[in-house]
Design a protein. Structure first.
Length: 284
């Protein structure tokens, strides 16, 4: 099985081209084995590039499996890698690539350097500030700068759903010195969030620049989180700490987030890099 590995801000995925009606046996187990960083190739997940459904208007399809074999709807970092592969290796030479995902149709606008894709702008969809969409316990409506006690601290945070739940905490001082390893799990499993939550800890560097650390539910601290960066921009704009566009410095790299306000989608621009290609002993 031929694969190509791409990474975006430190999130790495393995891509297999199944267009032309090809199939892969037991993709869940394949994802678990090939993603293993000691016994396999190593990745955050497996992404299958498929034929677009007839009549969908998409250029290609995307089916994504996490490293534990579970199926995911979409991933911004993985999506950018798919767009790069489609342009650079599959000859889909368009300024925008339409991809059919389990989370619906997504469009990637390509930014080229030397004829190859270096960055992709992704439509991340519409954010929701309704705490019921996370869900988050409490009165109906928005949770803006609400106070939450966790790990012996009183945090001030804003709840944002980007299709997955986020609680954005703006911290005083250097976020690199903030005890994310201690506070992150306490926020993730807080009783206010019955389905758990992703927690962002953010240092404002200026009206259009922040430094972000993310504690992802079920994964711990990660090098990058695109939906988290999107939530940070939204939370910053609605609480008047930030104005769009916002440059988000993550531990794995930088993302540019744009949001036009209520009723508008969030757009995320970030890098995508081909790491290597190879063969893995897995039957089709």
């Amino acid at each position: 099985m031929r694969f190509t590995k791409y990474q975006g801000c430190g999130n790495d995925y393995l891509f297999v081209d199944l267009t032309g009606g090809k199939a892969l046996r037991d993709p869940e187990e394949c994802a678990r084995r090939i993603s293993d960083r000691r016994l396999g190739v190593g990745s955050d997940g497996l992404i299958l590039i498929t034929d677009a459904p007839a009549g969908s208007g998409a250029d290609v399809g995307m089916t994504m499996y996490n490293a534990d074999g579970s199926r995911a709807q979409m991933c911004g970092n993985g999506f950018r890698g798919l767009c790069k592969h489609a342009h650079d290796r599959m000859g889909i030479a368009k300024p925008e690539i339409r991809v059919h995902t389990d989370g619906g149709m997504r469009t990637g606008r390509l930014h080229l350097e030397g004829g190859k894709v270096a960055r992709v702008t992704v439509d991340m969809g519409m954010p929701s500030l309704n705490r019921g969409d996370l869900p988050m316990e409490g009165p109906q409506g928005m949770a803006l700068d609400c106070r939450v006690k966790a790990a012996g601290r009183e945090l001030v945070g804003t709840a944002v759903s980007m299709g997955n739940p986020h609680f954005v905490v703006f911290v005083e001082g250097d976020v690199d010195a903030f005890p994310v390893e201690e506070v992150g799990p306490a926020v993730e499993g807080h009783h206010l969030f019955p389905h758990r939550v992703n927690a962002e800890f953010v240092q404002v560097l200026g009206p259009q620049e922040v430094r972000q650390r993310t504690w992802e539910r079920g994964s711990g601290e990660t090098l990058a989180c695109g939906t988290g960066a999107s939530a940070v921009c939204v939370a910053g704009v609605v609480t008047e700490r930030l104005k769009s566009p916002v440059t988000v410095h993550l531990r794995g790299g930088d993302l540019l987030i744009e949001w036009g306000g209520k009723g508008k989608p969030v757009f995320k621009t970030g890098p995508t890099v081909e790491v290597f290609e190879g063969d893995y002993p897995w039957p089709a």
